[in-house]
Design a protein around this ligand. Structure first.
Ligand code: R5P
Length: 295
């Protein structure tokens, strides 16, 4: 078994390697003057089971292309089995056509991975679980919820209500609520008028005097979470916590999340959060052991 890391999240990859009691394999990565990328695996991997850790986070296209090149390099180096470990699967929200003449980019990404030579995929908290079906190779879908739940349970928060910030996230929030001692569930009816602009319309359920926990797969611009938190406060929630696996954090997420609406923002380290983007209410829990166990 050999483990390699792309450039997207070497800190997480090192943690996974530590959990597995092994070192990351040596790899040279260079960029040509025109932006093209050069990758060379620097040890023999002939006949090996190779695991490549690379979340396809910002810059999404660069990290995706880097992963494809690494997979291709491994295939051409006669690896026996190539597993792409993708803690954050990019383009997951483009999982269907919502209007004519659009791309289903999540499927295109699946085609590219398979075509490059991946034999197995490990991914975490896909935006929609059906993306697994875009692949005809084994796919392990890992949930970050155990580490998020551990953290929340350790806080012993009173009068919990779990809130899904949109209708699409109800199954995820329901599963979360079940593990939080069967906490009640509330649902926000979120409507979007444009990409990356969230508009909260309505709350289904009761949050009055409660500790509300918003649960989502990702926080991108944080419009969904902060508009949701605002609504929950208006509806009488005593405190609002946010939990999400993927800290995408595109501007102006940091300003929004640190504005005081949220007691804490609990995310995992599938995507690295730069030091300068860390704020007081942010808590990052590690998924390294979950990934290590899956490998
Ligand atoms: C959407 O359906 C997703 O589950 C997230 O709620 C969404 O992508 C978050 O985006 P933002 O933080 O930009 O509102």
């Amino acid at each position: 078994l050999r483990l390699f890391s792309g450039s997207a999240n070497p800190v997480l990859a090192k943690e996974v390697a530590r959990y597995l009691g092994m070192d990351l394999g040596p790899m040279v990565r260079k960029q040509f003057a025109d932006g093209e990328m050069y990758i060379q695996i620097q040890e023999s991997i002939r006949g090996c089971d190779v695991y490549l850790i690379q979340p396809c986070c910002r810059p999404v296209n660069d990290h995706l292309m880097e992963l494809l090149i690494i997979i291709d390099a491994c295939r051409r180096a006669s690896a026996r089995q190539i597993t792409a470990v993708i803690p954050y699967y990019c383009y997951a929200r483009a999982d269907r056509k919502t209007a004519g003449r659009e791309s289903i980019t999540a499927k295109l990404v699946a085609n590219l991975m398979t075509e490059a030579g991946a034999n197995r995929i490990v991914a975490m908290d896909l935006h929609s679980a059906q993306i697994q079906g875009y692949f005809d190779i084994p796919f392990d879908h890992v949930y970050g919820s155990p580490v998020l739940l551990n953290y929340l349970l350790s806080k012993n928060l009173p009068d919990l209500v779990v809130v899904s910030p949109d209708v699409g996230g109800v199954a995820r929030a329901r599963a979360f609520a079940k593990k939080l001692n069967d906490a009640p569930l509330a649902i926000i009816d979120k409507r979007r008028q444009a990409h990356n602009v969230a508009e909260v319309m309505n709350l289904i359920g009761d949050v009055e005097g409660k500790t509300a926990v918003l649960v989502d797969d990702m926080i991108d611009t944080a419009g969904t979470i902060t508009e949701g938190a605002r609504l929950l406060r208006e509806q009488g929630a005593r405190q609002v916590y946010a939990c999400a696996t993927h800290a995408v954090f595109s501007p102006p997420a940091i300003e929004r999340l640190s504005s005081g609406l949220l007691e804490e923002v609990i995310v995992t380290n599938t995507i690295p959060v730069a030091e300068e983007n860390r704020f007081e209410q942010l808590k990052i829990v590690s998924v390294a052991n979950l990934i290590g166990e899956t490998i």
